[in-house]
Design a protein around this ligand. Structure first.
Ligand code: SF4
Length: 557
């Protein structure tokens, strides 16, 4: 047996002669021999590895070298058993948002990019759409039934109840009941409800008029066996008798479902895809861009013409630019609504960043200011655009504003970028979630940042691999991010988080467009799976409940 061989066989499996030699000369040069490799069953991996490593390091320092087996035995004896991590109750398998993991993506831009009042698509836009839907159903009831109606009642459960007050969910729910829709509601109506909560509104149902107020929206159980963490019921009552009742779910990004929901029938897409790999294969196989493939699918699924699709995209781009402009124009001493008394900072950051003597600092500072501006608009409850949600509504507008107003990029490229960004959001919705109540902040800001990276890469004519790499990178570096809004208000950490999401999107594009694209090791589909798995495993306290994290450690006085 050669000397090298005998050294290898005496060490831990896989330890090379070189590493053993290095450790003999300099024990800190290679830590592998210090760590026993086999992790016994039922033992916490991280704790175990730390203890074997600490044991090994102590042995080096004291000159006493126990064997790997001895270190393993000691580490097992001293490593506590892993504590079971509480995760959120599983989502009901029959929810469409859960079921449609299979089959091609069928989401369209008008379903995805929604204009509505902040601060949270799942807590304001979703509930408003839900109560508006219920109001519409009531109007279809027979006149004799309506004649007996006495009351409309909304019950909020789960996360809607836990953080709804900070999100203004009761105001949004009441607005839908009185016939207001998210895209057209005047934010002043919602502000008026906040300032005068005792207002009563007549709701006309056939010949009957029912008076409704915020008292008819009830913050109900925060914990229970719900199909989705954002569950609510709406009832039309005649005394104690129920004339009509429907259970609804606000499943993220303003999307809604209800008990017995079946998705609307849609036409098949021209280029069916359920993964980024398939989407890119269409783009590369047809020598075109992801944006153009998405355009063809929008046209085939929704039966729209190219000008119709682009007219909608232009509307969204203009709304995003408007929300940044509006946020930047707010006075520097403006204070956002709510108990945090958070000062607006977008205008100040913008002004000061413009004075930076270094161009790069100016770029990062102003991009952050654009994101702060749109996100502060969300915090004010003003109109924002879900991309993919209200909480993340500063990320995409920041990049859109930068490309449109600062860089003056070809508008057609930006339109294609918006479609590529939508594809990223669709895939995350298809396989994971856009709801913080299901997946924490990685599902909101993480997805928004990923979308924004795809937007910028597409706007700058990057090829499909670079678009994927940029989106992957931006999503990857948000994995695990929790949702813990202080006092239940979408302000801290949300507003600054939008700025970080925007800057990370640009960083992801900068890396993806400068690295050798084929050497990028992680594909987007794998990262979306990691997002889904992390969402499932995340402790439920970190899923928009305001029970942990910053929501717990920040004390408001
Ligand atoms: S912490 Fe993130 S996910 Fe949670 S409300 Fe704020 S922006 Fe949304």
């Amino acid at each position: 047996m050669s000397r090298n061989k005998s050294e290898e066989s005496a060490g831990t499996p896989g330890t090379t002669a070189r590493s053993r030699h290095a450790s003999a000369e300099d024990p800190l040069a290679d830590t592998r021999p210090l760590i026993a490799k086999e992790i016994p069953e039922g033992v916490d991996r991280r704790g175990f590895l730390m203890r074997t490593a600490v044991g090994g390091a102590a042995a080096v320092m004291t000159g006493c070298s126990p064997s790997s087996d001895e270190r393993t035995a000691k580490a097992v004896a001293t490593t506590p058993a892993p504590a079971p991590a509480p995760s959120a109750p599983p989502l009901a398998a029959d929810l469409d948002v859960v079921k449609k993991e299979k089959g091609p993506v069928l989401t369209t831009v008008d379903e995805f990019y929604k204009v509505g009042p902040g601060p949270s698509s799942s807590h304001t836009i979703g509930p408003m759409r839900i109560t508006y839907d219920f109001y519409q159903r009531c109007t279809k009831l027979p006149a004799d039934k309506l004649a007996t109606a006495t009351k409309l009642q909304v019950n909020l459960f789960g996360s809607l109840s836990a953080t709804g007050k900070g999100h203004g969910t009761e105001r949004a729910a009441l607005a839908g009941l009185v016939g207001k829709e998210p895209a057209t509601v005047d934010p002043k109506f919602l502000d008026g409800l906040r300032d005068n909560p005792d207002q009563v509104f007549p709701v006309k149902l056939g010949d009957k008029t029912i008076n409704v107020s915020l008292k008819d929206v009830i913050y109900d159980a925060t914990k229970g066996d719900f199909k989705h963490p954002n569950t609510m019921t709406v009832k039309l009552l005649a005394g104690n008798a129920v004339l009509l009742e429907q259970e609804y779910y606000s499943v993220g990004g303003g999307f809604i479902e209800w008990k017995g929901y079946t998705p609307p029938k849609k036409n098949p897409p021209k280029y069916p895809f359920a993964t980024m790999k398939e989407l890119r294969a269409h783009a590369d196989g047809n020598k075109t861009t992801i944006g153009k493939i998405m355009l063809a699918n929008e046209m085939s699924i929704a039966g729209r013409t190219e000008p119709e699709v682009y007219a909608f995209i232009d509307k969204i781009i203009n709304a995003m630019v408007a929300t940044v402009k509006s946020g930047l124009s707010m006075p520097e001493d403006d204070v956002l609504p709510g108990p945090i008394k958070l000062h607006s900072k977008a205008a100040t950051v913008y002004k000061r960043a413009m004075d930076d003597k270094f161009e790069a600092d100016r770029g990062i500072g102003t991009l952050s200011a654009f994101a702060l501006a749109a996100s502060e608009e969300n915090g004010r409850g003003h109109l924002v655009i879900t991309a993919p949600t209200g909480g993340s509504a500063g990320v995409m507008p920041a990049l859109v504003y930068g490309l449109v107003e600062v860089r003056k990029v070809d508008p057609q490229k930006i339109r294609e970028g918006m479609l590529a960004a939508a594809a990223i959001g669709y895939l995350c919705k298809h396989h994971a979630t856009l709801s913080a109540a299901e997946g924490g902040c990685q599902a909101e800001i993480g997805v928004a940042s990923s979308m924004a990276a795809a937007l910028v890469a597409t706007a700058y004519d990057a090829d499909s691999r670079v678009v994927e790499n940029a989106a992957e990178s931006a999503l990857e570096h948000h994995l695990g991010m929790t949702c813990d809004p202080v006092a239940g208000y979408v302000q801290v950490p949300c507003i600054e988080r939008c700025a970080f999401g925007a800057v990370k999107a640009w960083t992801a594009y900068a890396i993806a467009s400068n690295e050798i694209a084929s050497r990028h090791r992680i594909d987007f589909d794998a990262t979306v799976m990691a997002l889904a798995q992390t969402a499932k495993d995340m402790n439920s306290k970190y899923k928009e409940t305001s029970e942990a994290g910053l929501a717990l450690s920040v004390v408001l006085c």
